[in-house]
Design a protein around this ligand. Structure first.
Ligand code: SF4
Ligand code: SF4
Length: 97
């Protein structure tokens, strides 16, 4: 299942998507993100799953454009090169912008 965290406003849509079927709860994205965007939570999407999954914290879900701003300079950026995406070996993390 694709879990979406974020919002849209007048300047765009700012969502981080965690594929809960790909996420194995390894936790690598938590320390990898310099802004502390991720946390591990109980997997409420699969009641048979024993592993936790990554989620965007409630605090950051409301200000993702700004939380991720330092990783996304106006001059352009490589989505595959972002620390969160690089840290995830199962490729469970995607960004909408
Ligand atoms: S883009 Fe940067 S700040 Fe945003 S979640 Fe990824 S590592 Fe964290
Ligand atoms: S690095 Fe990927 S697999 Fe590991 S907890 Fe984060 S999203 Fe899940």
């Amino acid at each position: 299942m694709l879990a979406n965290y974020g919002y849209k406003d007048g300047s765009g849509e700012f969502f981080i998507v965690v594929d809960t079927d790909k996420c194995d709860g390894c936790g690598a994205c938590v320390p990898a993100c310099p802004a502390g965007v991720f946390e591990l939570v109980e997997n409420q999407y699969d009641i048979d799953a024993e592993n936790p999954i990554a989620a965007v914290t409630k605090e950051h879900s409301k200000k993702l454009k700004y939380s991720c701003g330092p990783c996304k300079p106006a001059s352009g950026y490589d989505k595959a090169g972002m620390a969160c995406v690089k840290s995830c070996e199962t490729r469970a993390i995607e960004h909408s912008w």
